[in-house]
Design a protein around this ligand. Structure first.
Ligand code: NAD
Length: 443
């Protein structure tokens, strides 16, 4: 099938590469000329396991192409994906300007029946706005071309995006058009051969499904962080509590890890956007507000421990930080907990010596101008000359460090573990002070 994808970000690029891999003919359009040029040279702008070989092989096989030429792109596709960003507006609501701009571009160049598939995460009612935008433009241009707008939200996880797109848990199709449904079932058939993962529904339900999924996951995290905070005051260990509750199949073990807060480009913005949407219809989303509030406080947690440990004096201290990305297996630092810690430390006059397996370039792009940040090439280099170690991301390579070496190297012999990677007793055996999340320490 001839497919066009607008927006070559995490979602657009992975989806395009995966569709090309199974044989579809995919044209990717972006307004960022540098990104397009880089991709044509085999330079992939994001880190995502398995993505580079997929993109290069399909580009070489001419099933995947990149351009800034929207007209050519729209002429190419029978189905056109919108996969551009929907960042938070000033009041937290989803900013739809990029989505609506693409809708206008599609209308301008559309010459034959087209199925417009919205993959971006958008508030309920956006498909109606996209339809309206396309209809108005077509009217202004005195063109009569049939089209349908489908809501097909994306559920990939950064860090496992290729696998998630290759083997989706579900394919949500929000449509009221039989023709569009048929085209999408055909498009996704290679991913859906054995078990029918398509869940067809009305457009508004599809739009809300995406927010409900992310808000549920964010709620699980904030709930556990709230329990972790209580555990600290009660002198309990949240890791025991986690195992205790996860054994109940109604609860399960997934997504109940306490930590120094969730980040990324999705949970924070989607929770906020649903709160704003709710406010817009006069409904107070109390649970979601609490989820957001707990998370904001949780991101301050490691810093609060440090202030206590160092009696409020971090001036001139060097803090080693392991992990800058918002989660492992990605270079994405959007809304990462590490950023809250770094910025708090700098405000107190501390120096940060940081290492991340994949996010170094991104850290350099965001904070490269700062003299109080040293980005180093290994986790071992990060602790040289440091007073303390903080862990913000649970990369696998951080899970079993040489504690003897840590004790010998860190001037203040203290570890602040924002992801509960270690057993406090083991760390204490090596003569290191240890702060985890919700492990019986009242701060
Ligand atoms: P991104 O910021 O990584 O990429 C967006 C791309 O769109 C950029 O390359 C930008 O240049 C391009 N763009 C903007 N305007 C354009 C236009 N008019 N024409 C063509 N290209 C244009 O965004 P992302 O992380 O891929 O997210 C895209 C959408 O998918 C968002 O709504 C997001 O909430 C949703 N989503 C993201 C994830 C994720 O893990 N990142 C997962 C599921 C859903």
């Amino acid at each position: 099938m001839k497919v066009t994808v607008f927006g070559i970000g995490y979602v657009g690029l992975v989806q395009a590469a995966v569709l090309a891999e199974v044989g579809h003919d995919v044209a990717c359009i972006d307004i960022d000329q540098n990104k397009v040029d880089a991709l044509k040279q085999g330079i992939i702008p994001i880190y995502e396991p398995g993505l580079t070989p997929l993109v290069t092989a399909n580009y070489e096989a001419k099933r995947l192409d990149f351009t800034t030429d929207a007209k050519a792109g729209i002429e190419h596709g029978d189905v056109v994906f919108i996969a551009v960003g929907t960042p938070p507006d000033e009041d937290g609501s989803a900013d739809l300007q990029y989505v609506l701009k693409v809708a206008e571009t599609i209308a301008t160049h559309m010459t034959r029946r087209t199925v417009v598939i919205n993959k971006s995460t958008v508030p309920v009612g956006t498909a109606d706005k996209v339809k309206e935008q396309i209809s108005t433009c077509l009217r202004d241009l005195q063109k009569d071309v049939a089209f349908s707008v489908v809501s097909n939200p994306e559920f990939l996880k950064e860090g496992a995006a290729v696998n998630d797109c290759m083997r989706p848990d579900r394919i949500i199709l929000g449509t009221d058009c039989d023709y569009a449904e048929k085209r999408l079932r055909e498009l996704y058939y290679p991913f859906n051969r054995n078990n029918d993962r398509v869940i067809k529904m009305d457009i508004r339900s599809a739009e809300l499904t995406k927010y409900a999924a992310n808000c549920m996951l964010a709620t699980k995290i904030s709930f556990m962080n709230e329990m972790a905070n209580l555990a600290e005051y009660f002198g309990a260990d949240i890791e025991n509590v986690r195992k205790g509750i996860g054994s109940d199949p109604r609860i399960g073990y997934q997504f109940i890890y306490p930590g120094c807060g969730y980040g990324g480009s999705c949970f924070p913005k989607d929770v906020q956007a649903l709160i704003r949407s709710a406010t817009g219809i006069g409904y107070e989303a109390s649970i979601l507000k609490a989820v957001e509030d707990v998370n904001s406080r949780q991101k301050e947690k490691l810093f609060a421990y440090m202030m206590t440990h160092f009696a409020g004096d971090l001036q001139g201290k060097t803090i080693a930080v392991w992990g800058l990305s918002f989660k492992p297996n990605t270079d994405d630092m959007r809304e990462a907990s590490s950023r809250v810690l770094l910025e708090n430390l700098w405000e107190q006059g501390a120096i940060v010596q940081a290492f991340d397996p994949e996010a170094m370039e991104e850290a350099q792009r965001i904070y490269g101008h700062r003299e109080d940040l040293k980005l180093v090439g290994t986790k071992e280099a990060a602790i040289v000359g440091a007073d303390a170690l903080a862990i913000c991301t649970e990369w696998q390579s951080f899970r079993a460090p040489d504690f003897t070496h840590l004790e010998a190297t860190l001037a203040h012999k203290v570890v602040f573990d924002g992801r509960n990677l270690f057993e406090p007793e083991f760390v204490a055996d090596y003569g290191l002070a240890y702060y985890g999340i919700g492990r019986g320490l009242s701060i």
